[in-house]
Design a protein around this ligand. Structure first.
Ligand SMILES: Nc1ncnc2c1ncn2[C@@H]1O[C@H](COP(=O)(O)OP(=O)(O)OP(=O)(O)O)[C@@H](O)[C@H]1O
Ligand SMILES: [Mg+2]
Ligand SMILES: [Mg+2]
Length: 578
């Protein structure tokens, strides 16, 4: 009735001598046809006579494998899991939150309830905080370690389209089947074991716990964890002894929670530093750097500041993520990966000062790293037109003043590069060099802006940075389109659930954005610069863009910069890709 077989893993880079345990447990009682193979009653197996330590090991292996089966009380479908996950979203507005940690210590209770304490101590973690570039840095780091053959787990946030994007195993989003198994294992256990004193974890905490469970059960060699918000009180900070920490670029964001000065923000992020654990960061404004150094010295952390990579160090290979700012993130990733490889992988990596070109596997990792919605160019796949390049979306989830600027630089570079290669017969792919040419773009190309941001952000900071940087490099938007996000309705839902149009939708925020835009361009008294429109829904805005391409007779190419919100970027991707 119960078969257990142990197969040794033979991957050369395995760090543990763990065994794969294959379980085959027939359903009991026999399943109803509808529930066929979905619901299992889990029974303790009858174990052959073994030593106590073998039994312990068996039990652990069995327990680890149990999640791949759906649990008794779990739902059958992905949608049910998403609904359960949505129930953890707290109704409180982010702006109300003060950063008192929201009973951060609960995270340790949850680890206990999920029997994850021991696994957490063993996990070989790389932990990254920062205002901008966390996700990119993590993606680069993961890709480098994978190119060395290690088994990796990557936890990033937010997701654009599907919550599974947040959990990558060996560089690939976790499969639906595995996700569901682990999801219900954690969810049901917590439901059973939480009470008034220890309530169910909130949304992000649950996702972080789920990542811990997934990475422990999947026995990854390296777990690369991106902080969700801040550092000190973030759920990922349950990690007690990471291998190495990184602080990416710091700037102003989430000030309502983290504080209104760069020093305060830096203090929160430095909350991930751990006694004696090395850390790396990129050049930061003085005020922020002082605080990072202070916190590092309090904890005996060696903090090294690294400069952006150069094209030469990459042997002129392009980074997998586009934009000048990525050289900074990539360099941070190189240090994080090198430290991990030396300490855990026992691989000698020459110091950066000793080499003018990075080792081949580093370059490969950096060149193949990917993260959706960051400096991504996607031609509209639904438009019926003469050439496929007529409506092209340039998507970047920038949402802080500094990132607005890097996003604007990337966009101006990309449209010029694309227009040049288009006129010389190459494909549109956004892969321009960084010419920073200030000449205006070609006349038959029109640039449009599709924008939204969360109401906790200050459009008086975001929009001027965006518009002025674009103008400096010769790009003037013909029209700015403001839309509400669709995923506001469904934070974790799937495309199928998205409402097409809601007549009740409150557009007051979009009107505010439009006002800021109009006042910005008004001063120039240039009519073609000043056009803007608020749309009641994103599909309406996209329809308008498609129509305007169709109506233009002269093969006009419309290039749309989508930015201000990663949710907006995700929503657009759902609508323009087949
Ligand atoms: N080093 C950087 N400096 C400034 N802006 C950056 C930098 N790296 C990335 N960005 C901007 O931030 C956006 C998000 O990048 P990324 O996902 O790497 O950052 P993040 O810190 O994970 O962001 P989030 O707060 O959304 O989780 C990018 O699309 C880009 O516009
Ligand atoms: Mg952020
Ligand atoms: Mg992120």
């Amino acid at each position: 009735m119960f078969a257990v077989s142990f197969v040794p893993r033979t991957t050369p880079c395995r760090l543990t001598s763990a065994f794969l345990c294959h379980l085959s447990i027939p359903p009991f009682p026999p399943p109803s046809p509808r529930l066929h193979h979905l619901h299992y009653h889990y029974q303790q197996p009858h174990l052959p006579s073994l030593s106590p330590s073998q039994i312990r090991s068996f039990r652990k292996q069995i327990d680890m494998t149990a999640p791949v089966m759906k649990q008794k009380t779990g739902g059958d479908s992905y949608e049910e899991a998403l609904a359960a996950l949505s129930s953890l979203i707290t109704k409180r507005s982010r702006a109300d939150k003060s950063n008192k940690g929201d009973r951060f210590e609960l995270v340790f209770d949850y680890l206990k309830l999920l029997d994850l304490e021991e696994d957490m101590l063993k996990m070989k973690v790389i932990h990254v905080a920062g205002t901008k570039g966390k996700g990119s840095t993590c993606a680069f780091t993961e890709s480098i370690l994978r190119s060395y053959g290690f088994r990796t787990g990557l936890f990033t946030s937010p997701h654009l389209i599907d919550v599974r994007e947040r959990f990558r195993l060996d560089g690939v989003d976790i499969s639906e089947e595995k996700f569901l198994g682990y999801f219900w294992w954690c969810y049901n256990r917590l439901k059973e074991r939480t009470n008034e004193e220890i309530p169910m974890p909130t949304y992000f905490r649950f996702l972080a716990l789920l990542a811990f469970k997934i990475f422990a059960a999947e026995e990854v060699d390296a777990a690369i964890l991106e902080v969700g918000l801040g550092g000190k009180f973030d759920a990922t900070n349950a990690v007690q002894k990471p291998v190495v920490c990184g602080i990416s670029s710091l700037g102003y964001d989430h000030m309502e929670i983290l504080g209104d000065t760069l020093g305060k923000i830096a203090g929160e992020k430095a909350g991930i530093f751990k006694l004696g654990v090395p850390a790396f960061t990129v050049p930061q404004p003085d005020e922020a750097m002082r605080v990072l150094e202070e916190k590092a010295s309090e904890l005996d952390v060696s903090l090294e500041v690294v400069q952006p990579l150069t094209a030469k160090q990459l042997s002129s290979q392009k980074l997998g993520l586009d934009g000048e700012h990525q050289y900074c993130n990539a360099r941070l990733a190189v240090s994080l990966a090198s430290t991990w490889l030396q300490q855990i992988g026992k691989i000698e990596v020459p110091s950066m000062t000793q080499m003018s070109i990075l080792p081949e596997k580093f370059i490969k990792g950096l060149a193949t790293a990917s993260l959706q919605g960051r400096a991504q160019v996607v031609p509209d796949q639904f438009i019926e037109s003469r050439t496929s390049g007529d409506l092209v979306f340039y998507l970047d989830g920038a949402h802080s003043p500094e990132s607005m600027e890097v996003c604007a630089k990337w966009f101006t570079d990309a449209v010029k590069g694309d227009n040049q290669s288009e006129s010389s017969g190459h494909l549109v792919n956004g892969s321009s060099g960084s010419s920073h040419d200030k000449s205006p773009v070609e006349e038959n190309c029109q640039q449009m802006l599709l924008f939204n941001c969360m109401s906790v952000r200050d459009p008086n900071l975001l929009l001027p940075h965006l518009r002025n940087t674009c103008a400096t490099y010769g790009v003037h938007f013909k029209k700015a389109l403001f839309v509400p996000n669709m995923s506001v309705y469904h934070k974790v839902g799937t495309a199928a659930d998205l409402p097409e149009n809601d007549p009740q939708v409150d557009l007051s925020w979009q009107m505010t954005l439009q006002k800021v835009w109009v006042s910005l361009v008004h001063s120039e008294d240039n009519e073609s610069n000043g056009k803007s429109e608020v749309f009641t829904s994103l599909p309406m805005a996209i329809k308008w863009l498609r129509d305007s391409v169709h109506e233009s007779s002269s093969g006009t190419r419309v290039q749309v910069l989508v930015t201000g919100s990663l949710h907006l970027v995700g929503d657009v991707l759902r609508l323009i890709r087949k």
